[in-house]
Design a protein around this ligand. Structure first.
Ligand SMILES: Nc1ncnc2c1ncn2[C@@H]1O[C@H](COP(=O)(O)OP(=O)(O)OP(=O)(O)O)[C@@H](O)[C@H]1O
Ligand SMILES: [Mg+2]
Length: 373
């Protein structure tokens, strides 16, 4: 409804009002009082209410008053020179009309101004409400995130307590079983059925021991030993480690590592573990081969590392549990890979996020702050 100066609609409205006033005034002056249709003046002078009301409606109180004054100025010479200008006698109805122009201009302008002010204040309230809603939404998101972290921390502290027990209750007997199996294996020759059984026993004991070791590592994490390191070098060393597995899995590796990344303070061993876990997950997600893209780049205050695969993707139900210790969808998985990754990145004050689409692939993104000392 209201237009501002500078707005093209504002000028259009002025042009419309001016056109109205000019046409009505011309009609007045051209059809003189002696004209055979001079009776039309009764209608002409009432036509002036149209621009006055329109102006009040468009421009509020100021618009109503200014338009009424302009109309009065246009109409006055007609009353003076064509009617005789006897304001208080013969021309009294025309005098009253001029007064009425101004009263109508003022009243309609006043009412429309009130309406405009109310609309403006309503818009302001709606804007404030939207802003509060956005703020609330953001706070709710932070709350959900914090709650997730707390839940994880809770699980982790329980794990810490468990770990001492596990070390004793599981690792020691495992060592005895392994020792006994090794003694037994000396009693049989390769090729014997029993020898094969004992070999299986030793292999499984080793696997169990590795799982327990990984678990202990996770339950009692070491604080990161920060060293000024080149992230690309760490990524390349992990790619070298996994090169063979990538090739035999028929995976096409594409790297895009930005040259001249600034060195950052990280624990290189822990970061190796992060990249290794992510790459191994990607490889395992592409049992029939695919493309693995590994990239690094810098944005204003962070180093961003990306690991994208064209694997099976992660379903909606799985997504909420990814970083939960022991959550796995794999037969032989321990479900500690991503929990370890999460913890290490947290220890480096970094961020981890992922995007995924079922049967299309997954991207994990890691952001490390540049001044991390
Ligand atoms: N790139 C990926 N593509 C598809 N699913 C993935 C990917 N990365 C992780 N996942 C899913 O997240 C689960 C948890 O991963 P995580 O690395 O923590 O454990 P894991 O790989 O199952 O076992 P491990 O302890 O041996 O790493 C996986 O079982 C898998 O379902
Ligand atoms: Mg894993």
């Amino acid at each position: 409804m209201a237009s501002k100066i500078g707005d093209y609609k504002y000028y259009w409205k002025i042009i419309v009002l001016a056109t109205f006033i000019i046409i009505i005034s011309l009609s007045h002056y051209v059809t003189g009082t002696e004209h055979k249709y001079h009776g039309l003046h009764e209608i002409y002078r009432r036509l002036y209410y149209i621009p006055i009301i329109l102006s009040a409606f468009w421009f509020g109180l100021k618009g109503g008053i200014i338009c009424a004054i302009v109309v009065s100025f246009f109409y006055l010479p007609h009353v003076i020179y064509q009617w005789g200008g006897n304001f208080l006698t013969d021309d009294l109805p025309r005098t009253i009309e001029i007064v009425l122009y101004n009263i109508i201009g003022f009243v309609t302008g006043f009412l429309s101004q009130k309406q405009m002010d109310a609309t403006r204040s309503l818009k302001k309230t709606v804007k404030e409400r939207d802003e509060s809603y956005d703020k609330l939404k953001h706070q709710a998101e932070v709350l959900v995130q914090t709650e997730g972290q707390l839940r994880r921390a809770d699980r982790l502290s329980a794990l810490g307590k468990l770990s001492a027990g596990i070390a004793h209750e599981v690792r020691n007997p495992l060592a005895s079983i392994k020792g006994t199996a090794e003694i037994l294996s000396d009693k049989f020759k390769p090729g014997d059925k029993e020898y094969e059984f004992v070999e299986i026993l030793i292999r499984e004991v080793n696997r169990l021991d590795a799982v327990v070791a990984e678990f202990l590592d996770f339950a009692k994490p070491k604080p990161p030993e920060l060293k000024l390191s080149n992230i690309n070098d760490i990524i390349l060393s992990v790619l070298k480690l996994t090169e063979h597995q990538i090739t035999i899995s028929r995976i096409n590796l594409r790297t895009q590592l930005e040259d001249s990344l600034p060195s950052v303070y990280v624990d290189p061993e822990q970061m190796k573990q992060v990249f290794l876990n992510l790459i191994i997950n990607s490889v395992q997600a592409m049992p029939d081969g695919g493309i693995l893209e590994v990239g690094s780049n810098r944005n204003s205050s962070e180093i961003v590392c990306k690991f994208s695969d064209t694997g099976v993707g992660i379903s909606k139900e799985q997504q909420g549990n990814l970083f939960t210790p022991f959550y796995t969808s794999k037969k032989m998985g321990t479900g500690l890979g991503l929990a370890i990754v999460y913890r290490i990145i947290e220890g480096h004050k970094g961020k981890i996020r992922f995007s995924t689409k079922e049967n299309e692939g997954t991207t994990f993104t890691i952001c490390l702050p540049i001044e991390n000392e």
